[in-house]
Design a protein around this ligand. Sequence first.
Ligand SMILES: [Mg+2]
Length: 452
Amino acid sequence: MTGRWVLHLDMDAFFASCEQLTRPTLAGRPVLVGGLGPRAVVAGASYEARVFGARSAMPMGQARRRCPHAVVVPPRFVLYQELSARVMAVLAEASPVLEPVSIDEAFLGPPALAGASTAEVERFCTELRAEVRAASGLPASVGAGSGKQVAKIASELAKPDGLRVVDPATQDAVLGPLPVRSLWGVGPVAEAALHKVGVTTIGGLAAMDLRETTGLLGTAVGTELHRLARGVDERPVAPRGAAKQVSAETTFDADLTAMSAVHEHIARITAAAHRRLVAAERAARTVTVKVRSADFATVSRSETSAVASADLGVLTAVAQRLARAAVPDGGVRLLGVSLGGLGEDPPPALFDPPGAAGPVAVAVETPSAEDPAGGSPAGGTPVPETPVADDRPWRPGDDVAHPAHGHGWVQGAGHGRVTVRFETRTSGPGRAATFAADDPALTRADPLDSLA
Ligand SMILES: [Mg+2]
């Protein structure tokens, strides 16, 4: 084929997977992310919970009735944003044409794949999934096809943890039998209208007369859906240009061993990325530093600020701080800095704080990735986690630290006692221990420490 290829990458059960990654006791178990208040809704459900019919955006009470043995943990957006930034950094490196759709989802239009064969696309996507897994520890599904619609449907068909490349020659056969609701833009109203005339599949819609479709759905929607159903989809990836992320990196002829040299190079590389940022008239909320050690191990660290910044001094300081935390003991072979506007606005509260009587919280696993163009000057304030008063009682899901046992999370609390499971991403399933709730050895910990 001579046409383009569009890829759609979607993390699998993203929030729940982040919890299972950093709390190994939860791996392989049904997990519901969300609150327990009367109005709480499910923000994320692991595949083990979905088997029982629990779903994102379902009222938590209903999900727990369907899956009573599920572990319920409150969301930790700081963690999800960090892992999202690592994934997006991999995608940005794989393809300069990148359109993040949400915290865990993006379209890619790799120029390298123009005119590629199906086998070449499969190789590219297999490598991409492996790189995402290496950088984040998380499973992702990838779909590929001639346009965004097909790519998105393909990634859905690939789930979980799979790859589906839809060759243009077989595209109609793949799309045809799918319910018409799988098409973008077909909501309940359009679906009902189509069902009324006996059209239930994409193939059925494609076979309709165009005039009949526009008569049913209106000219604009009818024309667009009729084209999509027939596999005609020329919408570009990243229509707003390539300013979602700018980056620069350098591979050194001789490995760097001194921290002062690392700082110097980070400043230079940040300045290079910053020039692209300024040229694109953008401001960055996320700074990511990539460090490859002499033995080719690659570590990425990112930080997302509440406000976008175009200030070179601010961005350099963040990059240098991240580099300090990421530099290995041996030498440094490669340094990279990327500046992204991919950070999320703090999502709406997903569970009712005690005593709150606000509107029903809306849980979405994919908060908007819309990125304030231009942005405001200055920045550097980390996005706040759910604000936590230091003196409030322990609650299930809290991150804690203990001088002897290390990092852990609260499994249960009450009656003056608190039970903590001590584990992190690399520790394997940990042991639980029970303490007096006011034991001074237990302190609140940064959720990001669970990535250690
Ligand atoms: Mg997803």
